[in-house]
Design a protein around this ligand. Structure first.
Ligand SMILES: O=C(O)CCC(=O)C(=O)O
Ligand SMILES: [Fe+2]
Length: 323
């Protein structure tokens, strides 16, 4: 661990053991809700203790299905392409030995089946089953955290329903190879995720780090019973800064390749992100962001103009109001 990394005690922990989105109340729910809302406000991330994502599901996905996918020939992997940034399969962007696949609509078995057949025209039930089974508890977790934040903001149920209706669910599988140059520890540069929520599941090999107040980095240690949950920019804007998106990065410290899975919720294609007016009431101050089209935000952040600034400055220049 480098001198600018701190110990894991800097990472808030929220215990979600046994909680379910279909039962969004009760003493344990309230305790987890308070802790999750406080953590996403102060840090933008937390470690969620969540044994529903069992060791078996993790092993099937990250120990077996993901390595099998990434070992396919490049021309197979490239069959999943997209015009939009960070969609489908991306990789081979030397010098960083990184490749990833975003599985869209991962909550729909039909979509997962279509992608599986695109990669393996003869089918691959092991891959299909691993993705569907792994995604289910993560979908529950994302929905619970979104609901906890909305409950704690006290906004009307109609806003929760509207947010759920525009939420897309996706799973990114990532593969980090061993850096060619062992001096280059940074495998994924510091960035903010643009979406609503990201849930990172590491498997055996760590490397994810979050930036905390003061600028230092904390190491998010992998654990077989927990995942790391963080807010993205769309949630930061929607919640009128009641949650904030944290800077994070990936460092490769050893010489073993690494697989991770990032479950992401985000506003659906071309949908408009708009804070509920009532978040400006009750002494919270004015709304900080103007409504924006999510797809266009992502295009802007990935454009030459957007990349020319720090992630935060680029985002603020796109949609922050000058109050
Ligand atoms: O692989 C990880 O641990 C995190 C990756 C990440 O931050 C991302 O894909 O946005
Ligand atoms: Fe990220």
């Amino acid at each position: 661990m480098g001198s600018n990394s701190k110990q894991v005690s800097e990472i808030p922990i929220v215990d979600l053991t046994g909680l379910q989105p279909s039962l969004p109340s009760g003493e344990r729910w309230e305790a987890a809700k308070a802790a999750a809302a406080a953590a996403l406000q102060s840090h933008g991330f937390f470690e969620a203790i969540y044994p529903s994502l069992s060791a078996e599901l993790r092993g099937e996905m990250l120990g077996r299905a993901a390595p099998e996918f990434f070992s396919l020939p490049l021309e197979s992997k490239r069959r999943s392409t997209s015009e939009e940034p960070y969609q489908g399969y991306i990789g081979q962007a030397a010098p960083i030995p990184y490749e990833s696949l975003r599985i869209d609509a991962v909550d729909s078995p039909i979509a997962v089946q279509d992608l599986t057949r695109l990669m393996w025209p003869q089918g691959n039930p092991t891959f299909f089953n691993a993705v569907v089974a792994f995604a289910k508890p993560l979908r529950d977790l994302a929905e619970m955290v979104q609901e906890m934040i909305l409950q704690s903001l006290g906004v009307d149920q109609k806003h929760y329903d509207a947010l759920v209706n525009l939420t897309d669910h996706g799973l990114r599988l990532s593969h980090y190879g061993v850096p060619v140059n062992q001096e280059t520890e940074i495998a994924l540069f510091p960035h903010l995720d643009p979406n609503l929520l990201s849930i990172v599941c590491q498997h055996e090999i760590g490397g994810l780090e979050f930036q905390i107040a003061g600028g230092s980095w904390v190491n998010a240690e992998p654990s077989p019973t927990s995942v790391h949950v963080m807010a993205g920019l769309a949630f930061q804007a929607w919640s009128n800064m009641s949650v904030r998106a944290p800077m994070h990065r990936v460092r490769m410290l050893g010489n073993e390749k690494r697989f991770s899975a990032i479950y992401g919720t985000r506003p659906s294609h071309n949908s408009i992100v708009k804070s509920p007016e009532e978040l400006a009431d009750a002494g919270r101050g004015p709304l900080l962001y103007k409504p924006f089209n999510y797809t266009e935000l992502v295009r802007f952040l990935c454009s030459k103009q957007g990349m020319g600034h720090s992630p935060e400055d680029a985002f603020n220049s796109y949609c922050k109001l000058q109050n």
